[in-house]
Design a protein around this ligand. Structure first.
Ligand SMILES: [Zn+2]
Length: 458
C-alpha cells in the first residue's frame, strides 16, 4: 500500500447535503498513486478527497467494487467528428457516445473533414450549432490554418478554439489545403502574436513526391509510400520555424523513431515544441498488419516494431508528451474493405472507444503502470489544451471520473463498437480494462443521457 494521501476536510455548506455525490473508492489514482479515498462532489466539481468512511451527508453514495480503480476521465484532443457535412462518416452523437464508453470525458474536435472546415469564427459557430445538444461528453474545438485564413486566426482564437492545426502536405480533402514553408512561418508569427498553439501534421510533400505511389493491397508498399524521412524532414522544418518565431508548436501523431529523436533534441535545445502519438502506433506494428486491410490505413502509417519501441521510450523519457486517438473514421464504402486497395482507400483509423484498452494492455505487458498511462491520456492532453479542471482527480477539478476494472480483459466485437461504423483495426483484439461507469461533472452517464457541454470561450 502506498503512503496515505493528505486528506482535505469536507466543505460544509448550509444545505441539507453538503455534497451531491460521494464515490467511495477503495482504489483511486491520485497524484500518481493508488489509494483509498472518498471523493466528494458538489455542483459537478470535486470538493474534497476524504479519508474512507469520513462522515458527510451526501445526496447519493456510490461504492466501487474491489476490482475497480477510480481514474480521471480521459481527455482526447485529436478526434475527427466530421459533422456537419460528412455526418455519414461520424457525428457528435455517435463519437461522444463511443468516447463515454471508452472512458473519455472530454474530446476536442479537429477542424477538417467537416463542412465547412473550422477556418473562421463563423465556421466555428456553425460547428457549435451542429454540436449543441448532441454531445455525451464535454466537447471543444481546434481551428484550422490554411494559406488563405492567416488574417482570420486572431478572431478564431478569440472565438474559443484551443489552437489551430495545419498540414504541410495534402490533407486528403480539397477544402483544407496545406501551407508551404513561407506560409508556415507567417502562420507561426501570427499565432505566436496571440500566444496561441499550432498543431502540425508533419509529413514533407517533397519527400512524399519522390516516394513510390501507393497502390494495391501490399501493406509494405503503403509504408514505403510514406517513409519516415517525410516525417523527419517535416518535423525538422517545424522545429526550426518554432525556434525562429517562438510559436508554441505541437506535432500530432508522431510515428517514427527519427521523429522522436528530433523532438528530443529540440526539447533539449529549448524549442517550444510538444508531440503526441496514438494508440495504433503504440499497439500495432507493420510486421503483423495483413495485406488488403484498409482499416489499418492511416497517415503517417503504422510502422515497424523498432519505431514502436522508440515511441514508448520517447513517452517514458518525456520526449513524447501525450497519447490521443486521432479517431478519423469514414464510411465502410470509402474504406474499400472488399477491394483492399491501400492506395485508394480513405486513410484514417477509428479507435476513440478503444484507445485506453489498447494502450493499457500494451503498457501492462511492458511493465508500465496505469498512473503513467493516465498521465499521457488524461492530464497530459488536458494540459496541452489548457484545461486545468480536466484530466485529474484533484480538489476543484471537474468530477469527470471513470470506474475501471483494471485487470478485466475483453475482445472487441462489432456489437461493442459505438462509433457510427464498426470499422476499426481493434476488432478481434484483446484489450485490458473495462469501463464500468463514467461520470461527467458528477453525473453518471448512460446511453440515453446527453450531458456534454461545449467548452472553449463561448
Ligand atoms: Zn492528422
Amino acid at each position: 500500500m502506498s503512503p496515505a494521501h493528505t486528506f482535505s476536510r469536507p466543505v460544509v455548506t448550509p444545505d441539507d447535503h453538503p455534497v451531491d455525490l460521494v464515490i467511495q473508492a477503495p482504489r483511486a489514482l491520485i497524484d500518481g498513486r493508488e489509494q483509498a479515498v472518498d471523493v466528494h462532489v458538489r455542483l459537478g466539481r470535486i470538493v474534497a478527497l476524504a479519508a474512507p468512511g469520513s462522515p458527510v451527508s451526501a445526496g447519493r453514495t456510490v461504492t466501487l467494487a474491489a476490482d475497480e480503480v477510480l481514474i480521471p476521465g480521459l481527455v482526447d484532443t485529436h478526434v475527427h467528428i466530421n459533422e456537419p457535412g460528412r455526418t455519414e462518416w461520424e457525428g457528435f452523437d455517435s463519437a461522444t457516445l463511443a468516447a463515454a464508453h471508452g472512458g473519455v470525458t472530454t474530446v476536442i474536435d479537429m477542424p477538417l473533414n467537416s463542412l465547412p472546415p473550422t477556418l473562421t469564427a463563423a465556421a466555428l459557430a456553425t460547428k457549435r450549432a451542429a454540436a449543441r445538444g448532441c454531445c455525451r461528453v464535454d466537447t471543444g474545438f481546434w481551428g484550422g490554418c490554411v494559406p488563405t485564413n492567416l488574417d482570420d486566426l486572431p478572431e478564431l482564437f478569440a472565438a474559443g478554439v484551443f489552437g489551430v492545426k495545419c498540414f504541410l502536405q495534402d490533407s486528403g480533402v480539397p477544402e483544407f489545403p496545406p501551407v508551404d514553408a513561407a506560409e508556415l512561418k507567417a502562420a507561426m508569427e501570427v499565432i505566436a502574436g496571440v500566444g496561441g498553439l499550432l498543431l502540425v501534421h508533419a509529413e514533407d510533400p517533397a519527400v512524399l513526391h519522390t516516394a513510390p505511389t501507393p497502390q494495391g493491397r501490399s501493406y509494405a508498399a503503403f509504408v514505403a509510400s510514406r517513409p519516415d524521412t517525410a516525417e523527419s524532414s517535416a518535423v525538422q522544418r517545424c522545429v526550426e520555424t518554432a525556434a525562429a518565431t517562438g510559436c508554441r508548436t505541437h506535432i500530432v501523431h508522431l510515428s517514427s523513431a527519427a521523429g522522436v529523436e528530433l523532438i528530443r533534441q529540440a526539447k533539449a535545445d529549448g524549442v517550444p515544441i510538444t508531440a503526441e502519438t496514438c494508440p495504433h502506433y503504440l499497439t500495432l506494428e507493420a510486421e503483423s498488419i495483413p495485406d488488403g486491410a484498409p482499416q489499418y490505413k492511416c497517415c503517417p502509417p503504422v510502422r515497424g516494431r523498432s519505431d514502436q519501441d522508440a515511441l514508448w521510450a520517447g513517452l517514458l523519457d518525456g520526449t513524447v508528451d501525450i497519447v490521443v486517438s486521432d479517431h478519423s473514421p469514414s464510411t465502410p464504402e470509402l474504406k474499400l474493405l472488399d477491394v483492399g486497395d491501400l492506395g485508394l482507400a480513405w486513410g484514417g483509423i477509428a479507435g476513440l472507444q478503444f484507445g485506453l484498452g489498447a494502450v493499457w494492455a500494451a503498457a501492462q505487458q511492458r511493465g508500465i503502470d496505469l498512473a503513467t498511462v493516465l498521465a499521457w491520456m488524461s492530464r497530459g492532453p488536458a494540459d496541452l489544451a489548457g484545461l486545468e479542471h480536466k484530466g485529474r482527480i484533484e480538489i476543484g477539478a471537474d468530477a469527470d471520473l471513470v470506474a475501471l476494472a483494471v485487470d478485466e480483459t475483453y475482445t472487441v466485437v462489432p456489437g461493442l463498437v459505438r462509433h457510427r461504423h464498426p470499422v476499426t483495426p481493434y476488432l478481434g483484439r484483446e484489450l485490458r480494462g473495462v469501463v464500468r461507469a463514467t461520470w461527467l461533472r458528477g453525473t453518471r452517464l448512460d446511453d440515453e443521457l446527453v450531458a456534454g457541454r461545449l467548452i472553449g470561450a463561448l
